[in-house]
Design a protein around this ligand. Structure first.
Ligand SMILES: C[S@@+](CC[C@H](N)C(=O)[O-])C[C@H]1O[C@@H](n2cnc3c(N)ncnc32)[C@H](O)[C@@H]1O
Length: 342
C-alpha cells in the first residue's frame, strides 16, 4: 500500500494537553465488541477485501488492531539494504512463528509464494479465515478480543481460483526476498508516526501503508496489519461530484470524472455516497486516546450498509494495479463495493 498521507495526516499533531480539553461530545467510544467486519475474496485479481458485517454508523470506530509485523522504513527505502533486511527478517519471523505461520500464509498468499511457501489447502485456510484473521483485533478488555471479526465468506471455489493463479518460487535468493518484501511493504504497510510512545498519531483515508511512506524524513517503523492491510482502494471522486464525502480524503486524479458517482453506495435516504467510506489512524489521539501506539484504528466516514466493502483512498501514489473501484467502474460492470457477499 506509498504516497503522501491525507491532508489531515499532515496537519494533525497530537497534543496531550488538548486531549483533556476535547469536548466530550467529540470523544470517541472504543469500537463495539460486536461482529463488525468479515473477509471475502473479491476476485482472483483483486484478492481479499473487508466487508461490513452489520450496518455501521457515520464516524463509528469499527475496529482497532495490533500489527502483525513491524519493520524499519525510511525515504531511502529501496536503496537501504539494512532496512530492507529488517523487513525480510520481520516477515520470515512471522512465517516461522507457530502462532502466525498459517495466518500469514493465508492472509498474504502471493508474498508467501514468493518465499517458496505453497498456498495452504482450503480446509486449513478456512480455519484461519473464520477465526485467525481476527486474532490481532483489540477487544473491550473483558475478553472480547477479536469479537469485531465476523469470519469469512470465502468458498473453496473462490479460494482455489485465487491461490491457483499464484506461482510458487522454487528457491528464494536474498535478492528475490528483498524484492518481494519491498513490493509487499509498498502496497500493504502503514508508516508509524515518530515517537509513538509520545502519543503521536497518523491518520488518513489512504491505506495500505504505501500511502504513508513517501516523504518520511528519517527512519521510522512500518506496520502490516491482518485486516487493515486487506482494505482495498477506492478513488475519491473528482471535486465537482464529491460534495457528499467527508474530510480527510486524499484527492485522486486517476479517475475520469465521467465515471464517478452512480447509484451503488446509497444511504437509507437514497442519497448518493460515492467514494471511499473509511479512514484510519495509527496510535492515540485526543479523540481516540484508547488506541495504542502502532495500533491502527479504522473509522467509518459515513454510514456503511451491511455487505458493503470497506475502502479508502490510497492517495496519489503510483498504485500499480488497474483500479476496479466503484468510482472508476460505476456504470460498467460494478465496482468493489457492489460485491455484496453476504
Ligand atoms: C493493501 S492490498 C489490499 C488487499 C488485497 N486485495 C489482498 O488481498 O492482498 C492492495 C492490493 O490490493 C489490490 N487492490 C486494492 N484496491 C484495488 C482496486 N480498487 N482495484 C483493483 N485492485 C485493488 C491491488 O493488488 C493492491 O496492490
Amino acid at each position: 500500500m506509498a504516497s503522501p498521507p491525507g491532508k489531515a495526516a499532515q496537519n494533525e499533531v497530537f497534543d496531550a494537553s488538548k486531549q483533556a480539553k476535547a469536548p466530550s461530545h467529540l470523544l470517541r467510544n472504543p469500537p463495539l465488541p460486536l461482529p463488525a467486519v468479515r473477509i471475502a475474496l473479491v476476485s482472483p485479481a483483486v484478492g481479499y477485501g473487508l466487508f461490513a458485517a452489520r450496518d455501521l454508523g457515520p464516524d463509528e470506530l469499527i475496529f482497532h488492531e495490533r500489527p502483525l509485523l513491524t519493520a524499519l522504513f525510511n525515504e531511502k527505502f529501496s536503496a537501504d539494504r539494512a532496512l530492507v533486511l529488517s523487513q525480510v527478517a520481520a516477515y520470515r519471523a512471522a512465517l516461522a512463528a507457530h502462532r502466525t505461520r498459517e495466518v500469514t500464509a493465508v492472509a498474504f498468499p502471493a508474498l508467501a509464494a514468493r518465499f517458496a511457501v505453497a498456498p495452504v489447502g482450503f480446509e486449513e485456510a478456512v480455519q484461519v479465515l473464520e477465526g485467525g484473521m481476527g486474532m490481532n483485533l483489540v477487544g473491550d478488555g473483558g475478553g472480547g478480543e477479536g469479537r469485531q471479526f465476523a469470519g469469512s465468506r470465502v468458498t473453496r471455489k473462490e479460494y482455489e481460483a485465487y491461490t491457483g493463479c499464484l506461482k510458487v518460487s522454487g528457491s528464494v535468493s536474498e535478492a528475490d526476498a528483498r524484492e518481494a518484501v519491498l513490493d509487499f511493504f509498498k502496497h500493504y504497510a502503514f508508516q508509524v508516526p515518530p515517537n509513538p510512545n509520545g502519543g503521536g498519531s497518523s491518520t488518513g483515508s489512504g491505506g495500505g501503508g504505501g500511502s504513508a511512506m513517501v516523504g518520511a524524513a528519517s527512519t521510522r517503523e512500518a506496520c502490516i496489519y491482518l485486516l487493515g492491510s486487506l482494505i482495498n482502494h477506492c478513488c475519491t471522486p473528482a471535486p465537482a461530484s464529491s460534495s457528499s464525502t467527508s474530510s480527510s480524503s486524499s484527492p485522486s486524479a486517476s479517475c475520469p470524472s465521467s465515471l464517478t458517482g452512480g447509484g451503488k453506495n446509497k444511504d437509507r435516504s437514497g442519497q448518493q455516497q460515492p467514494g471511499p467510506n473509511c479512514s484510519w489512524r495509527i496510535g492515540p489521539s485526543g479523540l481516540a486516546h484508547f488506541v495504542k501506539p502502532r495500533h491502527i484504528c479504522v473509522q467509518a466516514r459515513r454510514a456503511i450498509r451491511e455487505g458493503e466493502q470497506l475502502t479508502w483512498d490510497y492517495g496519489k501514489r503510483e498504485k500499480g494495479f488497474v483500479c476496479e473501484c466503484d468510482t472508476c467502474r460505476d456504470g460498467l460492470m460494478g465496482g468493489l463495493g457492489s460485491c455484496n457477499v453476504l
